[in-house]
Design a protein. Structure first.
Length: 456
């Protein structure tokens, strides 16, 4: 099955260029004083058990500004004679370590293939950074990621503070640069969009493969294996977030994690799974009957969620506020549930955030930004008002309905008992309207019924 599907993925786009990393760096440095410095660090490695590490994934800000994915690394930038220079501190090449743990680009590799001006072994960090901090007026550094880097910064600042006490010029301050970087990351470049589109295509095919492998008697984990197997087969680094694979009442648990139940013959399976390609996330949810045929009740809810999603996607337009898709989805869902007799309030009452009945069945937001992080950075309400969409912004659109009859807090209508449906796509805002990056993933009732259980 995968051999045929591989042909559908197409070739991968070129990686982000060195020039683009330089331009990202320049856009950040243009907002920083010339006597200030910037420090970014890689995420710490985390332990699965004893000497086994979790798969490593660095900090997205570090990836965004340098493209450097290795652990135990720090980026540092300062302005020398009016020109910003970027230094990377990295794990040096070490044959014995590389025999055990894998290849390292080292100092030489960093200088040759990355957008940096200088590179040094990570062991030099304390002395070189200390020197730089002693010369600067402010350190842009996000504390709380790596304690040892925080202590280098605070120790150097304290030393500097004492020196400054002598000449009265006051202490050096620390400022978190992440809000400035988030504003840059919020607007995706054409090259970034191509990475995201590639991840989205792979995730779309993975969902289709999962649909095709569905049949009565499958278990959630078997379907999960198909989807995640395809992520790796197609050349991504794997999932962008742990997959949610839930059948029947498990589909009504928003962040269901166990993924280990057998699927009942007449149940809907809800899969929220997306791959990560060169650090960029995709995020898709599809819901389908495991046996390939929607019941009438499942169809009623499915079509309603799909209608609400299409109404929400139509709101993804330049100049619209960020909450426009959410409000459109809520309105369609509430109108539909009133027609189906589930909601007994009038439309306006049902939409009330405190006492409206809609939130019994639709309790989450419709959208989040997506990019290097699946829940990407970027303030939703700058100055307290919803942000207006601009070309290049990417968000998910993911309405759903969840009728868990196990819930003690609501009376679940018998007809819809234990049906959970979410439909999620990734949308790029463009001047010519919404561009759905995940549009190749099947989602109409007719498409799904013609695909489930049928091989490629
Ligand atoms: N996959 C997590 C989410 O949809 O937000
Ligand atoms: Mn999402
Ligand atoms: Mn999702």
């Amino acid at each position: 099955m995968f051999d045929d599907a591989r042909a559908l993925v197409g070739s991968a786009p070129p990686p982000i260029s060195i020039d683009e990393f330089r331009s990202r760096q320049s856009r950040l440095f243009s907002q920083i004083g010339s006597d200030e410095i910037v420090i970014l660090c890689s995420s710490p490695e985390t332990i699965h058990s004893n000497d086994v590490h979790h798969p490593y994934r660095s900090q997205s800000d570090m990836i965004y500004l340098t493209g450097w994915y290795e652990p135990e690394s720090v980026m540092f930038a300062e302005c020398i004679d009016g020109v910003w220079k970027v230094t990377l501190f990295v794990q040096p090449k070490d044959t014995l370590k590389e025999i055990w743990e894998g290849r390292r680009p080292g100092v030489e590799g960093a200088l040759k293939d990355w957008a940096v001006d200088f590179a040094y072994p990570i062991g030099d960090l304390r002395s070189r950074l200390g020197d730089a901090i002693s010369r600067c007026s402010k350190v842009h550094h996000q504390t709380g990621i790596r304690n040892e880097i925080d202590s280098i910064v605070t120790d150097a600042i304290q030393l500097r503070g004492r020196a400054r006490q002598m000449n009265g010029s006051g202490p050096v301050g620390i400022e978190d640069p992440s809000a400035k970087i988030a504003e840059l990351r919020l607007r995706k470049s054409p090259a970034e969009i191509e990475q995201m589109r590639h991840a989205s295509i792979i995730s779309s095919i993975a969902h289709e493969a999962a649909m095709r492998s569905s049949m009565s008697g499958r278990t959630e984990n078997q379907i999960q294996a198909i989807i995640e197997g395809f992520f790796v087969f197609a050349g991504t680094s794997g999932w962008a977030y742990p997959s949610i694979v839930g059948c029947g009442e498990n589909a009504t648990i928003l962040h269901y994690k166990e993924n280990n139940s057998p699927c009942g013959d007449d149940e809907i399976i809800l899969i929220d799974a997306g791959s990560e390609f060169r650090g960029y996330a995709s995020d898709i949810t599809r819901s389908w009957p495991i046996n390939g045929k929607f019941t009438d009740a499942q169809k009623e809810l499915y079509q309603l969620v799909l209608d609400s999603q299409e109404a929400a996607i139509a709101e993804c337009k330049v100049g619209n506020p960020f909450n426009a898709p959410h409000e459109a989805a809520r309105r369609v869902l509430a109108e539909g549930l009133i027609k189906l007799g589930v909601i007994t309030q009038n439309l306006e009452e049902s939409l009330d955030n405190e006492n409206g009945q809609l939130k019994n069945w639709y309790m989450h937001n419709t959208s989040h930004w997506i990019g290097l992080d699946v829940h990407d950075v970027g303030i939703y309400k700058p100055n307290g008002e919803p942000r207006l969409f601009e070309s290049g912004m990417c968000l998910t659109v993911e309405p759903g309905l969840y009728f868990g009859s196990w819930r003690p807090d609501v009376d679940c209508p018998e007809r819809y008992s234990n049906i959970g449906i979410r439909i999620e796509d990734d949308v790029l805002i463009t001047e010519s309207g919404p561009d759905v990056l995940t549009s190749s993933c099947p989602k109409t009732i007719a498409e799904i019924e013609s695909i489930v259980g049928k091989s490629f």
